[in-house]
Design a binder for this molecule. Sequence first.
Ligand code: ATP
Ligand code: MN
Length: 144
Amino acid sequence: MFEKILYPTDFSDVAKNALDFIKTLENADKKEVIVLHVMDANIMDFSSRYAPELFMTIEEKIKENITKDLNRTKMSLTERGFTVRIRLERGVPFREILRVEQEEDVSVIVIGSHGVSNVKEMLLGSVSEKVIRKAKKPVLVIKR
Ligand code: ATP
Ligand code: MN
């Protein structure tokens, strides 16, 4: 069940808990992890609308920094023997996660219960809730 793991991350503490869980899995050498970050199109469109002259520079810089974070995550997994690929997508986070689930035909999604917002009263974040509702494959939710 854990041969091909989709690990969507917003680099939050809870997403890092999910990463720590993946690292505890045995037979890392037989497992592939796809580390996915989705640049939220709504946030990006806001800055392109209200700061068009800065937008290209901002988007490039954001991409550069996120790619660094993705590569750091990748290295921490390859060190343990996992085969790792990174993906950086742009769009609505839950939709992109579900699209990659299909496209890559993963065996499981390992996701955090919450993310950067981490609102105390919420049982789940909105991204993890929609992924759990709509994913075709099993979703393993790692709690905060
Ligand atoms: P909300 O976003 O609804 O305010 P939240 O930030 O606390 O709440 P979610 O965004 O649902 O919670 O995050 C839950 C998990 O979903 C994260 O731990 C991470 O695994 C994944 N996730 C969230 N946002 C992204 C993203 N932009 N790209 C990839 N994975 C994400
Ligand atoms: Mn969030």
